[in-house]
Write a protein that binds this ligand. Structure first.
Ligand code: TYD
Ligand code: MG
Length: 464
């Protein structure tokens, strides 16, 4: 961009336009484009000002790391990497109504009961509403300092005038605005500036900052990741409507692993920790119907057993339907193609429905074998023994490939009373007392799960 030319930036999606217009071409928002100061020219066009040199230092440190602040909610602390780091900033995103405010309030209340100084600033709810919620969850006695404010200068003056809080939560960043800008609250510029000020306060004071952010329609927190780069950790709180389970997932964490999840259940008294999700997810399993298989999965460091359900029915008319809940539909198409091409199991004239029980989303490739087993079982009408688990990845060649951490998966299955496991050939892990049923490819799987009827049915259909 030429020197000194102003740019026009959409305040809702961040798109840059060469000239002003009433409607943003990128996101379709009206009246969102605002002229911003000229971009800084680069290269020869700009003469470098005089800077002050500073000393560079060693990587090694003699400072002891300050202890992490735990909230006492184990699932939350684990996702954060073992507690909250002083002076760090966390962003907790999620759909409206998923339970972010509930989770934060519980974490703060629990932290305050342990003697920490917790501050909760609500920009969305009135004090009375927050109090009512706390009373309903039995947290009214907890010494959380409560405030209702939306102006970031007010918030910062309040925080700076008292003792430094150990944890301060802002619910939500979309309601916070700074008087330094004219833009409306919730716009990119406001959210970014206000968050920046808050993060700077956290870094300077050593308080841990929790920012709550709503996810917008297109699945991003406050537009184009405006805040994610500012904070040290980004956690997503997710759950399916109509299901009680809520999963807290770290997608970025400068101080811990990002594949950790925390599982909660929403009840009438707030969120309850689920320390053994497998047992709960498999709780109402009957296991005698064809079309179900248990996947021994892994979420972060923790094994998680889930039931995968498939229904295969002849198509009434027209194009066969493929409906998937909790799994990738592209992956289902791939599996169906592999089963047809490599094992002669033609489901081309059948509707296929796939569901992961409990409202969970499974993204591990190791779920392929369980899904294929459920499909084969549904197609052939042969129920799988209720005490079998499966894991392994299916490749396009029809081969079954090993999955990481087999031992952990098998151990969890043994703990929950499973007797046998369908595993990739060559799995050398300690079977933890389980009978291992090795499969080399999908043909083995069809023989194991569908008996002869599946192959026969598949043959007849592919012949005709
Ligand atoms: P909330 O924390 O307000 O969601 P968010 O801050 O993410 O928008 O949670 C709202 C939902 O949680 C609401 O639909 C009711 C439900 N809920 C319960 O089922 N039990 C409870 O004890 C509480 C506090 C909320
Ligand atoms: Mg809320």
């Amino acid at each position: 961009m030429a020197r000194g030319q102003p740019s026009f930036v959409c305040q809702s999606c961040g798109a840059v336009a060469p000239k002003w217009s009433g409607r943003c071409d990128a996101c379709g928002g009206w009246n969102t484009i605002v002229e911003e100061a000229a971009a800084i020219p680069s290269g020869a066009a700009r003469s470098r000002g005089k800077g002050r040199p500073f000393a560079l230092e060693d990587l090694k440190t003699t400072d002891e790391l300050p202890p992490r602040r735990t909230t006492g909610i184990a699932e939350f602390d684990r996702v954060c990497g073992g507690g909250l780091v002083p002076g760090s900033a966390l962003l907790i995103g999620g759909d409206p109504g998923v339970g972010k405010s509930t989770l934060i309030l519980q974490a703060l209340a629990s932290h305050a009961l342990q003697g920490g100084h917790a501050v909760y600033i609500s920009g969305e709810e009135a004090m009375a509403q927050v109090r009512m919620r706390a009373a309903r969850m039995g947290l009214a006695q907890s010494p959380v300092a409560l405030g209702s404010a939306t102006n970031v200068e007010d918030v910062l003056s309040t925080l700076e005038s008292g003792p430094t809080p150990s944890i301060v939560a802002i619910d939500s960043i979309q309601t916070i605005w700074t008087s330094a800008l004219d833009a409306a609250p919730g716009t990119i510029a406001q959210v970014r500036t206000a968050s920046f000020d808050l993060v700077r306060y956290a870094k300077a004071s050593g308080a841990t900052l929790l920012l709550v952010g709503h996810v917008t329609k297109d699945g991003q927190i406050a537009g184009p990741k405006a805040v994610e780069h500012l904070v040290d950790a980004v956690l997503y709180f997710e759950g399916e409507r109509g299901h009680h389970f809520r999963i807290l997932r770290a997608v970025k964490n400068r101080f811990g692993p990002t594949d950790e999840i925390g599982v909660f259940e929403m009840t009438g008294q707030g969120l309850m920790e689920v320390s053994n999700p497998s047992a709960l997810l498999l709780g109402d399993r009957s296991g005698t119907a064809p079309g179900t298989a248990v996947f021994a999965g892994l979420e972060g460091t923790r094994p998680l057993l889930v039931e995968i359900q498939a229904l295969v029915a002849p198509t009434g008319y027209g194009t066969p339907r493929r409906a998937v809940v909790g799994w990738d539909s592209g992956r289902l198409s791939m599996l169906l193609a592999v089963l047809e091409a490599r094992a002669g199991l033609a489901m081309g004239s059948h509707d296929v429905y796939l569901n992961v029980a409990g409202g969970l989303k499974v993204s591990e490739p190791a779920a392929d074998v369980a899904t294929a087993t459920a499909l084969i079982s549904a197609f052939s009408g042969t129920p799988l023994p209720a005490d079998w688990v499966c894991f392994g990845e299916v490749s396009l060649t029809g081969g079954v490939r090993p999955a990481p951490q087999a031992e952990l998966r098998l151990k969890e299955a043994a703990k929950l009373g499973f007797r046998a496991a369908v595993v990739p050939d060559g799995t050398a892990a300690d079977a933890a007392g389980l009978e291992l049923k090795m499969v080399r490819n999908v043909t083995d799987l069809v023989q194991l799960a569908g008996g002869r009827s599946a192959t026969r049915r598949g043959r007849i259909e592919s012949d005709g």
